[in-house]
Design a protein around this ligand. Structure first.
Ligand code: NAD
Ligand code: UDP
Length: 348
């Protein structure tokens, strides 16, 4: 089956492309490389070539807001008699901080980009989409772990764009209920890297997220990790997140495509997390122990807009998809460190 992966050169996208190829999917990536490097997909192909397996990805460098580019792409594969059957939609901006500073950019790329994509998909009768949503849409909640029907109350522009896209997808589904198959995957905190150490997270500039920050402190690229707050109402006073290995997340997308295939029409929201909480201090401690490294830390003020605890109730995903996360926190820390050691400058 031919699948279009928007934003496939990025962190989660590249790992998902690898998982798709492993499962025999034919894939096309569209990416503007605004937050990624072309080397990531070259590495994906290299992983197979090392085992003498020929695998190929078609790559289109372009912006999903450019309707002409998308139209041409869908037309090309239709004319080849091998049309695009489904889309995994990663392309978008993801920094909370940047979204507060530049909300119009976020609404334009994330929301307008998604509308353009849906319009072209509809034109070419491609009506299966797996969308990268986020746990950030839940905002601050007292009901933990978070079920999919928990209150949706995002506290920043990034989260609001994700909610808007989910709503647009819902309206689209209900306008032609006999047509669309839609999954909103609400990711918790993907970290780690592929076990080869050949692909991983390669942030441009100083990382905003904790895990690449930790690996760069361990490698001596950054001096120390600032822990945002020590007075949160948790057992050690630091925030709790539900970390999931990026390869488990990647495999969750394939399970979702296979799940949607069972239906004539379907819309579903699924939390992809492990259902386990880890505090910042626990994450740092595990990373230090399993990799035998030292992470210098310092406490600083709480980060504006931070939530205390985000943990997934993943029961729905476990019951719907033939999938469960297999890799634990130790594996995430080992694989993430391997990636950092082999690629001190990421893909640069
Ligand atoms: P990423 O930035 O590494 O990947 C996104 C990719 O999209 C990049 O390769 C970027 O160049 C591309 N892109 C951005 N705008 C584009 C445009 N207009 N046209 C074409 N390509 C464009 O991010 P990621 O961590 O891989 O996240 C993928 C998706 O998952 C994003 O939508 C993000 O919001 C969502 N998500 C990520 C996390 C996380 O912690 N990483 C958590 C929840 C949700
Ligand atoms: N965090 C931290 N220092 C950093 C980056 C993050 O203490 O330099 C904390 C942050 O407060 C949060 C957790 O690590 O509690 C995860 O943050 P991240 O930005 O990776 O994910 P998100 O907050 O989006 O879930």
């Amino acid at each position: 089956m031919r699948v279009l992966v928007t934003g496939g050169a990025g962190f989660i996208g590249s790992h998902t492309c690898l998982a798709l190829l492993e499962k025999g999917y034919e894939i096309i990536v569209i990416d503007s490389y605004i937050n990624s490097h072309k080397r990531s997909l070259k590495r994906v192909v290299e992983i197979f070539t090392r085992n003498n397996i020929v695998k190929h990805i078609d790559i289109e460098v372009g912006d999903i807001r450019d309707e002409k580019v998308l139209d041409k792409l869908f037309l090309r594969y239709k004319d080849l008699g091998n049309p695009i059957k489904a889309v995994i939609h990663f392309a978008g901006r993801k920094s909370v901080k940047e979204s507060v500073l530049n909300p119009l950019l976020y609404w334009d790329i994330n929301v307008n980009g998604s509308i353009t994509l849906l319009r072209v998909m509809d034109k070419y009768n491609c009506r299966t989409i797996v969308f990268s949503s986020s746990a950030t849409i839940y905002g601050v909640s007292n009901c933990l772990p978070l079920k999919e029907n928990a209150k949706i109350k995002p506290i920043n522009p990034y989260g609001r764009t994700k909610v808007a896209i989910e709503q647009i997808l819902s309206d689209t589904f209900h306008s032609h209920t006999n047509k669309w198959k839609i999954a909103n995957l609400r990711y918790f905190n993907p970290i780690g890297a592929h076990s080869s150490g050949m692909i991983g997270e390669s942030p441009i500039g100083i990382p905003n997220n904790i895990f690449p920050y930790i690996t760069q402190v361990a490698a001596g690229v950054l001096d120390e990790l600032k822990i945002f707050g020590k007075d949160w109402p948790t057992s050690d006073g630091t925030c709790i997140r539900d970390y999931i290995h990026v390869m488990d997340l990647a495999e969750g997308h394939i399970a979702t495509l296979e799940y949607l295939n069972n239906f004539e029409k379907k819309i579903v929201n699924l939390n992809l997390g492990r259902g386990l909480g880890t505090s910042v201090l626990e994450l740092v401690d595990t990373f230090e122990k399993v990799n035998n490294v030292k992470i210098s830390t310092n406490f600083s003020n709480r980060r504006i807009g931070d939530c205390c605890t985000l943990i997934a109730d993943n029961c729905l995903a476990l019951s719907c998809l033939n999938w469960s996360p297999k890799r634990d926190l130790v594996k995430m820390c080992l694989d993430g460190w391997k990636w950092q050691l082999l690629n001190p400058d990421g893909y640069q």
